[in-house]
Design a protein around this ligand. Sequence first.
Ligand SMILES: O=P(O)(O)OC[C@H]1O[C@](O)(CO)[C@@H](O)[C@@H]1O
Length: 609
Amino acid sequence: MASLSTLYSSSPSLKQSTVKAFTSPTTRGDSFSFPHTSKPTTLLPLTLSASRADTSHSDAAAAAAKKELIKDPDALWKRYLDWLYQQKDIGLYLDVSRVGFTDEFVVEMEERFKSAFKAMEELEKGSIANPDEGRMVGHYWLRNSGLAPRPGLKTLIENTLDSICSFADDIVSGKIKPPSSTVGRFTQILSVGIGGSALGPQFVAEALAPDNPPLKIRFIDNTDPAGIDHQIAQLGPELASTLVIVISKSGGTPETRNGLLEVQKAFRDAGLNFAKQNSLLDNTARIEGWLARFPMYDWVGGRTSVMSAVGLLPAALQGIDIREMLAGAGIMDEATRTTSLKNNPAALLAMCWYWASDGVGSKDMVILPYKDSLLLFSRYLQQLVMESLGKEFDLDGNTVNQGLTVYGNKGSTDQHAYIQQLREGVHNFFATFIEVLRDRPPGHDWDLEPGVTCGDYLFGMLQGTRSALYANGRESISVTIEEVTPRSVGALIALYERAVGLYASLVNINAYHQPGVEAGKKAAAEVLALQKRVLSVLNEASCKDPVEPLTLDEIADRCHAPEEIEMIYKIIAHMSANDRVLIAEGSCGSPRSVKVFLGECNVDDMYAQ
Ligand SMILES: O=P(O)(O)OC[C@H]1O[C@](O)(CO)[C@@H](O)[C@@H]1O
């Protein structure tokens, strides 16, 4: 175990609008009518290059321009039935009929899929599937511990799950109480983490938390001080009954560390008991005797960690049935192990992505869940897909600049935002509709006009948009679930995890590392180091009598970093906006004339390194 996800509590001892008329691309006037496919028009062959992975972006654009989709309703219905995938235990359906892949293309992909399935099998057996980091990739073991390659891992997975459940029970029941609250039990969770240590828990909370959960959850997922202040301010007096969960796989992510320090300060300021943090996260938790610590394994990537303690603990605390989530994921894992393409929904997704984006990411993936509670699915998938697939090099070291862009929000809201462009504008995407059959819990529905419910409108909007896009040559995938439940959400997550893994094999890249993120992190650290040098130079000049205000050129020169003058200007402008440097002459809007100094002289020069 290389790193830990850690939990902290507040102390070591506890711790109308009225809609009159609708219009849609196929709707006229005041009455709403469902769009329908018009009479057969054309059925043109699709033009494919022999090896789509070798297709350049301009070739891809040319190929896309030649793509034509089946318009004949009978042929389309047959295609729908031919390719419809159903997972009955989950109640999940996948329709790829509105993606225009040809039979030839399917045959062409067979060899690639054979290798992809083989690689996935090896991965599940514990091979070093992340060669750049020399790591196994084991998120599938989290929902079937029997697959773990070593008995010790199996026991660890099972014990962790048991301890998450019993800890959550103790918190929810009030057996473990907050020390300084009069409420007698924890009422709020403040989750501090970023990337995979936030996006999964956020998606699950939005999708599955009951209307009145035992503990309500808030997130600090950035180092934006105003954002942090906002979250803490909204807690108000409930800070005293807030359970803080700090989640980090590495334990060293600066945004998460900053969030922790800010929260600790908020507790101190409120006179609450929150121990100081001054070393690595897990060490701190251990030394300070935090309420509980849960392991995070080096064989689980951040973006696939939602079924580890990272996602399960916050979910359990909100009263979400985490064993059902795991069961749903496990069923989907099993369903996506088959090497029969037509019967493997993840392979079908990967094949459609490859077809639609020419295997080079030439088209963006627009995710359109028609259910408010699934709003965050697209944001969750953004990291899962883009951090996994956005790679400069393939596994053989060739420069490939792979990736698939993901964005989305929710239907039918998007109908009134960007669907206009999707249907008529630049043709640079394929859509994925996420449909939920159950509109409301049983017994709550009513007809808002004869024979039509509110949910029927949502359904109509989805189907109408799907048809309208298709009629204009825009491809789409539809994923349908019967209800939003822990089981179906677990299955959706597992479906996309597997699809990403398979797609990565199809395009021969490592889906499990993120070297590009490191470059930005390193550069950020360099900016902060430069800021300290700037402060040290300014401090020295500000300690003179009289104070010596400095120009940007002088600062850059004294920092021995003349090439960094633009960055020094930005540092000065940022500090000036936050009252940390004073302006003697000029203004930050006129970089050449500005002269700055520090309001205080620090004789010990705390900024010097
Ligand atoms: O859990 P950690 O180690 O704090 O990392 C947070 C996120 O940072 C990344 O490493 C890079 O953005 C993600 O992969 C990860 O989910």
